[in-house]
Design a protein around this ligand. Structure first.
Ligand SMILES: [Zn+2]
Length: 495
């Protein structure tokens, strides 16, 4: 049976504490494509769109592309940019009508638009009013989605990533496609129940390889094996979106059995509540971490600057760990990376071998430490392109922009132009630095870096530096998230 399925992708993880507003320019910088190009580009990739394409091939269905838009995590999305992108999606669906059998979307779930806290709920509702009540809609969501009633009630099925680091976009898309297929064949009558315990974990404490989320995810997989259960998803949520519904969620979809869905979702939510104390990060201060790493017998000791993760909307130019390295005279250390256009320009001006004496970092805002005066020598200049070796985004091209390595006593600093998450060590290898051969390695990332760094690190230390992805939630002025909520509030009962 061949169906006509409309597809598209809109994705942004919004950190409402970031002063960097997200406009059409930010989408253009990362991804903004329309029509067939979306499919030719995604074909054969392990992305969500790649998964939809493979499912369509499996069933002989026709995929009708609309729009693919994503921007690097940053502040609130401007209304005009959002309306433009949404219009492209809706126009694409309109053109495909009247014969549209289903809709498959790859969304994020934590996009906040000026005046629209639940952007994905808004998108799904707009699609629903266009296609009507009888055309099934399924979507994949990021593990960091802040699930809402509007999303759950509007879509027929939602499929959240089961991994953080995210490595299963393709698998979830395939699952969404097969779900849609069973729906179109009238083999199932899905009902979904969502339960949200009052917990909003920092991203660092909600990874899937270890800790409380690992246990909850394993419980979810066990439930998925029960007869009649179609999907059980665990969502970490994205606390920094600071919307009413931000935080942990459990979504269970069964074949017509609402009671079963409800009891599973509650079971998981209660387990999460009982282990809530495990959602608090145990971190060292920059000084403690640097001194600890200097004394360590074996390297590399990876100092994860978890709060300065551009992938969660931080600026990426945090300076406090660099400052501590210089203060304590650390040797054989590298900072990956420090986005700072002016400093890069200065390094290119003085040239390789030249003396560098310039303030670096801490320039995007006042939330990531003050600039550090870096005095040293320019070791290398580069155009900043590299290819990811994986396991995340294997084969994908990375662009740091113009890049310079400056050596200041025993500390190498990779200065580059663009905000990006240096989750793959290849970005450092491309400028002659193999992190496996340094004693101390500072990486600006919360969790994604683990996929490539765990195999090479002697030890990983999470550092409590300043930044918009800090697990230290007391540092933020939350305004919209529902209260009480753990760990912002500690003394209350639930359940
Ligand atoms: Zn995510």
């Amino acid at each position: 049976m061949a169906w006509r399925i409309v597809t598209g992708s809109i994705s942004h993880e919004t950190n409402c504490f970031s002063p960097i507003l997200t406009g059409i320019k930010q989408f253009m910088e990362r991804d903004m494509a329309e029509g067939e190009r979306i499919l030719t580009r995604a074909k054969g990739t392990k992305t969500a769109l790649g998964g939809f394409i493979d499912w369509a091939a499996e069933t002989g269905s026709e995929l009708i592309p609309t729009v693919s838009a994503s921007a690097t995590p940053s502040g609130i999305v401007e209304r005009a940019a959002y309306e433009t992108i949404k219009a492209k999606l809706l126009d694409g669906i309109r053109q495909a009508m009247p014969r549209v059998d289903g809709v498959l979307l790859a969304l994020h779930g934590a996009m906040v638009v000026d005046g629209i806290p639940d952007a994905e709920g808004d998108i799904l509702q707009a699609v629903r009013s266009l296609v009507g009540p009888d055309v099934p809609i399924a979507a994949t969501l990021d593990f960091h989605a802040n699930l809402t009633d509007a999303m759950v009630q509007t879509a027929d099925g939602l499929f959240g990533y089961n991994t953080y680091p995210h490595v299963d976009g393709w698998e979830r898309a395939l699952e969404a496609g097969r779900f849609l297929e069973r729906l179109l064949k009238k083999e199932i009558r899905p009902v979904s129940v969502m339960v949200k315990p009052p917990i909003a974990p920092a991203v660092v404490t909600a990874r899937t390889g270890r800790g409380p989320i690992k246990d909850l995810m394993e419980a979810a997989f066990r439930w998925e094996k029960e007869p009649g259960v179609l999907n059980v998803s665990v969502y970490g949520g994205f606390v920094y979106s600071d919307i009413h519904d931000a935080g942990l969620a459990f979504l269970v979809t069964t074949d017509g059995d609402a009671d079963l869905a409800r009891s599973i979702a509650w079971d998981l939510a209660k387990s999460a509540w009982n282990m809530r104390e495990r959602f608090v990060a145990d971190m060292m201060s920059p000084d403690e971490a640097v001194l600890y790493a200097m004394k360590a017998e074996r390297g590399p000791v990876v100092l994860a600057d978890v709060a300065d993760n551009t992938g969660a909307g931080a600026s990426g130019d945090g300076t406090e760990i660099l400052r501590a390295l210089l203060r304590h005279g650390a040797q054989d250390a590298v900072v990956i990376t420090m986005p700072d256009k002016d400093a890069v320009q200065e390094a290119f001006r003085v040239g390789v071998g030249g003396q560098f004496d310039y303030p670096v970092g801490g320039k995007f805002d006042d939330k990531h430490g003050a600039p550090v005066r870096l005095r040293g020598r320019v070791k290398l200049l580069s155009d900043g392109t590299y290819v990811n070796r994986g396991p995340m985004s294997t084969g994908a091209k990375g662009r740091m922009g113009k890049t310079a390595v400056v050596v200041a006593s025993g500390v190498e600093v990779i200065l580059n132009e663009y905000r990006f998450q240096p989750l793959d060590p290849e970005c450092a290898r491309s400028v002659g630095i193999d992190p496996a051969h340094r004693k101390i390695v500072v990486v600006k990332s919360s969790v994604h870096y683990r996929a490539a760094y765990e195999p090479i690190a002697a030890e990983i230390i999470e550092v409590d530096g300043p930044g918009l992805a800090s697990p230290n939630l007391d540092r933020f002025d939350f305004k919209h998230i529902r209260r009480p909520i753990y760990p912002l509030d500690r003394e209350f009962e639930w359940g």
